[in-house]
Design a protein around this ligand. Structure first.
Ligand SMILES: Cc1cc2nc3c(=O)[nH]c(=O)nc-3n(C[C@H](O)[C@H](O)[C@H](O)COP(=O)(O)OP(=O)(O)OC[C@H]3O[C@@H](n4cnc5c(N)ncnc54)[C@H](O)[C@@H]3O)c2cc1C
Length: 479
């Protein structure tokens, strides 16, 4: 029996697990996928928003501005890639300058460092921005982050500190018997005294399992292009257009991995798993991005992706202990700026657990650090020393991103073992370059099979049943 069971291990579930693992509690996580951070957390704009967008006085505003401060500390402690990156909201007309003025006032009320610039001032900072731009809101409080790396880091530290992660456990039903929750998944039944619902876009369905049918899911998909590093330095800021009712519009942004992303649009889709890109929606991003940054070279596209925002009918996050089901804490409707707000949402969850009667005492021995070898970021001297220590760091597996065999083996030996080629990608950047894994994919596959002692046929591309091999290898037949 767990004291607390967290449902879902995206950025929110990971942040809650990370905070809870500081206390003398037994904590479990149930995650339906075979890896953490595989929902909205792996497919978003990766921006730690400055906090001028949410309405003052809302939870979103409070949690966004606190969340990005906490993110800075956590990313430093846990060695997560994060970069300060100013942001603009562009105005193309005097009408849009009114929106800029509104965002400026919200920013001031939310305690954000914001300024209004005229068109020339904008282009002085970002010369690639269109000459049609008449002005913009500007803030230096924003940053960009490796979103899945951020969640993986917090989840890993939670596991290091005793949290138990149950992957491939999709919650199907929850029953409350006396004070105990019985949670049934496709694999087992788990018991807990308290539940945290951090199931992202599926959070309304999880709430409904305990009788709270307040939330109506509104799954809004957003599609993106990823451009090669050749375009990665065209802009050095996050460039938004004026927001509309569906979000912040099409943005142009550098990534911490050195690429450029362009997107997202907003289309309602059937469920949170509808993450396909399509040949009609995606190309429509190009003219919108060109309007802001005319020079973008779309011949440099190397990848596309889509993510589904965990929206509901409410403009606010839905963070509360359910009145109709005590000891059940809902962290639902965590749309943007959920990535920015996540560590602050976790602190709210802790407060709600305490208020609901959970006895919480801090651990004495708690590990709150983590370091990752990144060969591509090292100078020659550091590389030589590393290879002298372990020759596996001298074998480049991913040429585009300069990822070594040593880093892949490190990732496999970390507290949350990756079982798929894409899980290695999320930890080491293999396959994220121009060739998109054409060269390194089979090698990563081979290393995974070797290190995990598994048949290559059982190594997946990503989720369960995403087979890479469909026949048995000669080696396999010999076994
Ligand atoms: C297109 C787009 C752009 C965005 N851009 C930004 C941005 O730039 N900045 C920002 O701050 N925010 C952004 N967001 C919002 C941000 O991505 C989300 O707020 C955040 O990722 C939500 O995290 P989560 O952990 O709640 O959800 P998720 O990451 O979706 O995690 C939920 C987890 O629950 C699991 N789960 C679901 N159902 C079950 C079940 N029945 N049993 C077990 N497990 C289950 C899922 O597998 C998943 O791993 C964006 C979102 C999208 C989609």
């Amino acid at each position: 029996m767990y004291d607390v069971l967290i449902i879902g291990c995206g950025i929110v579930g990971s942040a809650v697990a990370y905070e809870l693992s500081k206390y003398q509690l037994s904590v479990g996580i149930l995650e339906k996928y075979n890896d953490v951070a595989n929902g909205a957390t792996k497919a978003n704009s990766a921006i730690l928003h400055a906090g001028y967008d949410p309405h003052p006085g809302t939870d979103m505003a409070r949690l966004n501005t606190l969340g990005i401060k906490l993110a800075k500390e956590i990313c430093e402690k846990l060695d997560v890639e994060r970069r300060e990156c100013p942001s603009f909201v562009l105005a193309f007309s005097e009408e849009e300058m009114k929106t800029v003025q509104t965002l400026y006032e919200r920013g001031i009320a939310n305690g954000v460092n914001v300024r209004i610039l005229n068109g020339d001032e904008v282009r002085e900072i970002e010369p690639e921005i269109s000459k049609e731009v008449v002005g913009a809101l500007y803030s230096e409080d924003s940053a960009i982050v490796d979103p899945w790396g951020y969640a993986i880091a917090m989840a890993e530290v939670a596991v290091t500190n005793g949290v138990v992660l149950h992957r491939e456990n999709k919650v199907r039903a929850i029953k409350k018997v006396g004070d105990i929750f019985r949670v049934s998944t496709n694999r087992d039944v788990y018991e807990a005294r308290y539940i945290i619902n951090a199931a992202g876009a599926n959070a309304p369905q999880i709430n409904a399992m305990v009788g709270d049918t307040t939330l109506q899911p509104r799954n809004l998909s957003g599609q993106y292009y990823v451009l090669d590093k050749a375009e990665g330095k065209r802009v050095n800021s996050v460039i938004f257009c004026c927001p509309n009712k569906d979000g912040k519009g099409v943005l142009v942004s550098p990534t911490v991995h050195g690429n450029m992303i362009v997107g997202p649009d907003a289309f309602e889709v059937f469920d949170s798993e509808t993450v396909a890109t399509d040949a009609v929606t995606l190309p429509a991003l190009k003219p919108k991005a060109h309007r802001s940054v005319p020079g973008i070279n779309f011949r440099e596209i190397i990848h596309e992706y889509a993510g589904v925002r965990p929206n509901t009918q409410f403009d606010e996050f839905y963070i509360k202990e359910l009145e109709t089901c005590p000891h059940f804490i809902a962290l639902a409707g965590i749309k943007s700026p959920g990535l920015s707000a996540a560590p602050a949402i976790a602190l709210d969850a802790i407060k709600l657990l305490k208020k609901a009667g959970l006895n919480m005492t801090k651990k004495v021995n708690y590990v709150d650090s983590r370091r990752v070898v990144r060969f591509r970021k090292m100078n020659d001297e550091q590389r030589r020393a590393l290879i002298a220590r372990n020759p596996l760091y001298g074998r480049i597996i991913c040429r585009c991103e300069s990822v070594t065999e040593g880093e892949i083996v490190d990732a496999i030996n970390r507290p949350i073992v990756p079982f798929s080629v894409d899980a290695i990608k999320r930890r080491c950047n293999t396959g994220m370059g121009r060739c998109q894994g054409g060269f390194c994919g089979p090698r990563v596959h081979e290393i995974l099979a070797r290190e995990l002692g598994m048949s290559p046929i059982d190594i997946m591309m990503d989720e369960n049943k995403t087979f890479i091999l469909t026949g048995r290898t000669k080696e396999d037949k010999k076994k």
